[in-house]
Design a protein around this ligand. Structure first.
Ligand SMILES: Cc1cc2nc3c(=O)[nH]c(=O)nc-3n(C[C@H](O)[C@H](O)[C@H](O)COP(=O)(O)OP(=O)(O)OC[C@H]3O[C@@H](n4cnc5c(N)ncnc54)[C@H](O)[C@@H]3O)c2cc1C
Length: 404
């Protein structure tokens, strides 16, 4: 593989420019209205989604056979950098978390009936979904300790448990619930199963949308506490095989983490552009901020770090396209890019002084949203541990680690 393999083709560049133009024309100017998260904002989102569909920019994360418009993971990485410039891009183009990840595992592991019933309306943007794994009483970093149980009763699962941070659960049509089905399995990674649960099933209670840094919390932007009490669903709602919960989660979370990083690149780049423009425009002590060495250092460091994130992301995407799970690459970029995201936005805020804290630029909102990146889909510390363990294992076996 060479750097040239990662570059966008002319066709991808043209498509990328179309996403950028759509975003600049329809999404960015509407951000203040979208952030109100009221009925008018919901109507606006629907209108923009209709427009994105008309322009053939819908669901770029899935292949056409699954109802999407994707070329490959690498192509999606290039497009997602544009989509990610606005927090609302993913929702407008129908590739929002957690629906994108849920769509991918339904596509990979769903039966024909499940694809028809759950995937088709999900990809079509008719419904939303949630992914319900993390629990308040168990460490999300170590999901082998999950407590939510699903017990087989005839041709039904009966689910009892308590989850939180089920993103987007408010107003969703269904959730994919990770539940322990075989607590005694020798291999802790064979104990859980993923089960499709319609949100209106008796016993499913959305207790509250947990107020969270950076999210006002309505509908898609909620992170919900959910109780499952005697929830009965047919056995046919099992996604994949019984005991496959972690295997499927790995399939979902690997690409899902990279999806996040692709969008973060858009956020970093946007913050970087705002920082550079403002540094040229604002003067203090008789010269533009751009003349101060500290600001120049921030610009140079940010440029280097963003480009490093971009290349690592494209490399991981390229490997995933080739059938590799790229687990080390994904963990590496997840913790590294989460930190760069925060740093770059924070530098841009600092460059803007008090203005950076107002809602007159998008930076304050971007900074608040960025903090969660170091926690969701696995905290930094866990991803570092994965990377270090894999490298050390290689050295212990007498083979110095190297990236191919
Ligand atoms: C915005 C947001 C959206 C989310 N959406 C979803 C969702 O849709 N569905 C879902 O199921 N979950 C979701 N989550 C939950 C998320 O995946 C978990 O928060 C995450 O996995 C960490 O689990 P925890 O919060 O229980 O932290 P814990 O596991 O309790 O860990 C707490 C802290 O301990 C430290 N730590 C843990 N293990 C180690 C270690 N081995 N070495 C060193 N330090 C360690 C880390 O600093 C960590 O932050 C979301 C979270 C956020 C913030």
């Amino acid at each position: 593989m060479t750097i040239a393999d990662l570059r966008p083709t002319d066709e991808v560049l043209e498509l990328r420019a179309r996403y950028r133009a759509f975003l600049d024309e329809h999404v960015v100017p509407n951000e203040p209205a979208l952030f109100l998260e009221d009925d008018e904002a919901d109507a606006l989102v629907e209108r923009l989604r209709g427009l994105a569909k008309e322009e053939g920019l819908w669901a770029p994360h899935l292949p056409p056979e699954a109802g999407g418009s994707s070329g490959s993971f690498l192509v999606y990485a290039h497009l997602n950098e544009e989509i990610g410039r606005s927090i609302w891009g993913q929702l407008v183009f129908g590739c929002q978390a957690p629906d994108a990840g849920n769509g991918e595992i339904l596509w990979l592991f769903g039966t024909d009936e499940q694809k028809e019933r759950w995937l088709r309306p999900l990809v079509g943007g008719e419904v939303r979904s949630f992914f319900s794994m993390t629990e308040p009483e168990a460490p999300g970093s170590d999901p082998t300790t999950l407590r939510t149980r699903a017990v087989r009763d005839g041709d039904q699962w009966v689910i009892d448990g308590h989850k939180w941070f089920s993103s987007g659960a408010e107003g969703a049509a269904f959730g994919i619930v990770m539940a322990v089905t075989d607590p005694d399995a020798d291999d802790p990674h064979r104990r859980a199963t993923q089960i499709l649960v319609p949100a209106d099933t008796p016993g499913v209670e959305i207790v509250r949308a947990v107020p969270t840094m950076g999210h006002r919390g309505r509908g898609w932007t909620t992170h919900c506490e959910v109780r499952y009490t005697g929830v009965r669903v047919p056995i046919e709602n099992t996604l994949g095989e019984v005991g496959d919960g972690f295997r499927i989660a790995q399939k979902r979370l690997g690409p899902g983490r990279i999806h996040h990083v692709m969008r973060w690149l858009g956020q970093m780049q946007r913050a970087f552009e705002l920082m550079c423009s403002y540094a040229l425009e604002r003067e203090s002590f008789g010269s533009p901020l751009a003349d101060k060495q500290t600001i120049q250092n921030w610009i140079a460091d940010s440029a280097a770090e963003i480009q490093a994130c971009r290349l690592m992301t494209l490399d991981a995407a390229h490997k995933i396209d080739g059938g590799d799970e790229a687990r080390v690459e994904v963990s590496l970029i997840k913790f590294y890019a989460a930190r760069v995201l925060h740093e770059v936005i924070d530098r841009a805020v600092q460059t803007h002084g008090a203005r950076g804290l107002t809602d007159e630029t998008p930076l304050a909102g971007m900074l608040a949203m960025a903090r969660g990146a170091r926690i969701y889909d696995g905290p930094d510390e866990v991803h570092r541990m994965v990377v270090a363990r894999r490298i050390l294992k290689s050295f212990a076996a007498g083979e110095p680690w190297r990236f191919d």
